[in-house]
Design a protein around this ligand. Structure first.
Ligand code: SF4
Length: 300
């Protein structure tokens, strides 16, 4: 059995962290830096660097969740509605048909099969997704929208950082300017907390400017659950701040890769984390430790 001074020369992240909890020593080794940054990766690193490492660098599998599957279904249904139905034909019935088709096409998807839904679970999933599509039609008439693209993948290099993102929908406003629309299937923010939610969609506006050479004038968050639309104007100042913050996150990721130092950051998100079983912070609290993760993770 390895002693306290043993060094793990090379091992998977899961074993390395399990062994770290048994008093072994991890040697510093440079980890591969991700090829690009997306809004979700930026958000993941900020939320918890260790969860980011497990997902974006070690590429450990994540547990499928009903809310992620529902979000994917609704995004696919709205993508199909705009792609396959011309203006004037984009009715609620067409939207629900698109949802049915997306559900049918997803039956062999590991994200869906991994949920092991029974008949009642599948009915609940479809009922809730249907409600989100109905809500969409209550806040926007898709026949009035001039969409010039849906699910557009854009990449650009910004201050040495490779940025990548998939834009739900890019629209032409009545004055010919570009508008970025992002669908959200989670809850809308409380009053006074809206600004932070724009970071991801502002990132898409930055990508448009860098990749297409045109800066969108507005970004929109379409919350389908509540339902409500939040809109913000894009300014040079807002994009300048975003460039700096993104560059700072990229530098922090590079430093963490060199030092192999991705620290756990316990938060109310821990109960939904796929990596609880191999997270030293979460394991500590499960065994009665005083870590912050357990207090929050147990819902206290
Ligand atoms: S359980 Fe919490 S602290 Fe641990 S990796 Fe997941 S999010 Fe981070």
């Amino acid at each position: 059995m390895a002693g306290a001074d043993s060094v793990i020369a090379s091992s998977g992240a899961a074993n390395a962290y399990r062994n770290a909890g048994r008093g072994l020593t991890l040697c510093a080794m440079s980890l591969p830096v991700p090829n690009s940054l997306s809004p979700s990766k930026v958000s993941s690193f900020r939320s918890c660097p260790l969860a980011f490492r497990f997902s974006a660098i070690d590429r450990l599998p994540e547990i499928p969740t009903p809310w992620a599957v529902k979000g994917t279904l609704v995004h696919k249904a709205l993508e199909s509605l705009f792609w396959n139905a011309a203006p004037g034909k984009r009715s609620l019935a067409a939207g629900l048909e698109s949802l049915d088709a997306a559900w049918h096409d997803s039956q062999d998807d590991p994200e869906v099969t991994g949920l092991n839904l029974d008949g009642a679970g599948a009915d609940t999933m479809l009922r809730e997704a249907t409600k989100l599509i109905e809500n969409y039609f209550s806040i926007e008439d898709p026949n009035e929208v001039t969409a010039i693209g849906v699910e557009i993948t854009l990449e650009a290099s910004v201050e040495g950082t490779r940025l990548r993102g998939i834009i739900d929908r890019l629209d032409l406003d009545q004055d010919g300017s570009l508008v970025v629309t992002d669908y959200k299937t989670g809850s809308a923010p409380r009053a006074g907390h809206e600004q932070a939610r724009f970071e991801g969609v502002n990132f898409y506006a930055l990508l448009c400017e860098e990749a297409l050479g045109i800066r969108p004038t507005k970004v929109r968050l379409v919350y389908l659950k509540n339902p409500v639309v939040l809109t913000a104007e894009i300014s040079e100042q807002s994009l300048r701040g975003l460039r700096k913050r993104t560059s700072a996150v990229w530098s922090a990721i590079q430093r963490a890769c060199v030092t192999e130092d991705f620290r756990p950051k316990p938060s109310p998100l821990c109960p939904y984390c796929s990596f609880q079983a191999i997270c030293p912070a979460f394991a500590c609290t499960e065994t009665g430790g005083s870590g912050e993760a357990g207090a929050r993770g147990s819902g206290a």
